[in-house]
Ligand binder design. Structure first.
Ligand code: FES
Length: 118
């Protein structure tokens, strides 16, 4: 938690939103998805799946066009990368971390918890 006040729109969102079937990603490592009015990128990182805000916090590049490897997401525009555990940006950059959201892999599908973001 970052201590940032919650907006009225954030407070009105359900805590848990179904993204699609459990196999939604198929063999892809990145996929754009929407959770209500929130645009996310779904990322396969080894055995786990995580969701992140889709727009890069630097200048808004589409992170669904990036690449994921070794627990990091690479931005396609300026090639900064983000740690998929913490959201921290690579050394040499001074903008805020990437917002990450936990994804639950359940029998009835993939679910995201938007309240888990920073
Ligand atoms: S827009 Fe992503 S690093 Fe610049």
């Amino acid at each position: 938690m970052c201590g940032k006040p919650i907006s009225a729109a954030e407070a009105a969102r359900p805590a848990r939103i179904r993204l699609g079937p459990a196999d939604l990603l198929g063999d892809r490592t990145l996929m754009p998805v929407a959770a209500g009015d929130v645009h996310l990128v779904l990322i396969r990182d080894g055995d786990r799946i995580v969701a992140a805000e889709r727009a890069c916090p630097h200048e808004g590049a589409d992170l669904a066009l990036g690449r994921c490897s070794d627990g990091r997401l690479l931005c396609p525009r300026h090639l900064a990368f983000f740690d998929l555990e913490t959201g921290a940006v690579s050394p040499g950059w001074s903008f805020r971390p990437l917002r990450l959201f936990p994804v639950e892999q359940a029998e009835d599908g993939l679910w995201v918890r938007l309240g888990g973001g920073g």
